[in-house]
Design a protein around this ligand. Structure first.
Ligand code: ZN
Length: 330
């Protein structure tokens, strides 16, 4: 029974109700069974059934007539039926199970069930120890279940607390993403407008430069035209001055010729008394004509030059009558 108590600890560690069974045949352990319905997903995997299977495999017989089964807890109806079918000779158990016990705890199957085989029953072996271990196990199990429920409740609360901020943060993140997208779009639009403005400014600068160049060209053209006009005006003024000078020369020449004519008239008047009328004509005109023809000059210039050249001749002409006059007088 002490070995069964040690085996119950292994069953508890497996997460099962700590129940163990041993089958001893000829003072030798032929079968060991642990309660493992949860682990094996088998409702029939009670410690008694597991020990009968193990012993049957070890002995090589489904009948165990000379065997003694040690169990920590009073067997259930299923296990009592298996013990009857295995023909176990003796059954020793520790604690009584008032709920499902079939060896006097709830009812006595071995006495009431009409079978030829009746095993020997020994109960209450280390019953207090088994009961303490079982009660301790169920207390720990209840505590563990409460702790599991509390942890599950805390976990659900934590998940609820986390899910709300997560959803809020997701919504905020989506909002921030939308805002960032709008900001990026606005920045792109600003950049495009700045680029367009820069292009417009450059175009305006180019147009202003072109306008300045055109103004410079126009100013140069105006300067050139002004210079040309000024040159033309100066040429015209010089021409007018020359013409005026020529006119003045002509007038001076005409005045001088008139003066000379008056002198000639005076002299001819004096000479007409001694000389014939044919000699009274001055010889200036043919000379001037010849000079103008030869030099190809204008009439005024030719006349002025001829007057210059003719003045001594006229003087000579004027003097001749005087000489003639003196000659005539002599
Ligand atoms: Zn059972």
């Amino acid at each position: 029974m002490e070995l069964c108590l040690d085996l119950t600890k292994i069953a508890e560690k497996m997460g099962e109700v700590p129940i163990a069974a041993i089958i001893v045949i000829d003072d030798k352990i032929k079968g060991i069974g642990l309660n493992a319905p949860i682990c094996l997903h088998d409702a029939t995997a009670h410690a008694e059934v597991m020990a009968i299977r193990d012993a049957g495999q070890r002995v090589g017989n489904y009948r165990l007539p000379d065997s003694t089964m040690y169990i920590t807890l009073e067997p259930c109806p299923m296990c009592s039926g298996a013990i009857l079918h295995a023909r176990c000779k003796r059954v020793v158990f520790g604690a009584t199970d008032l709920k499902t016990g079939t060896v006097g705890g709830r009812f006595n199957l071995f006495k009431d069930y009409p079978m030829n085989h009746q095993p020997k029953i020994t109960s209450g072996v280390r019953a207090v120890k088994v009961q303490e271990e079982l009660s301790g196990y169920f207390q720990r199990k209840r505590i563990l279940q409460k702790e599991q429920k509390r942890l599950l409740r805390a976990a659900t609360l934590m998940l609820e607390e986390q899910t709300v901020p997560i959803t809020k943060t997701k919504a905020q993140a989506n909002k921030n993403k939308a805002q960032d997208k709008n900001k990026s779009l606005k920045v792109e639009a600003k950049v495009e407008t700045n680029i367009n403005l820069a292009n417009n400014n450059s175009q305006l600068q180019n147009s202003s430069k072109l306008a300045a160049n055109s103004e410079l060209v126009m100013s140069d053209h105006v300067v050139n035209t002004n210079n040309e006009v000024k040159a033309q005006i100066l040429a015209h003024e010089t021409q007018e001055q020359n013409n005026n000078a020529l006119v003045s020369n002509e007038s001076s020449l005409s005045s001088s010729t008139t003066a000379l004519n008056t002198v000639d008239i005076a002299t001819t008047g004096l000479a007409s008394e001694a000389l014939p009328a044919t000699n009274t004509q001055p010889k200036t005109t043919p000379v001037t004509k010849d000079l103008s023809a030869k030099l190809g000059m204008k009439k005024s210039t030719a006349q002025t030059r001829a007057q210059k050249f003719q003045l001594p001749r006229q003087k000579r002409i004027v003097e001749q009558p005087t000489l003639n006059h003196h000659d005539t007088d002599e």
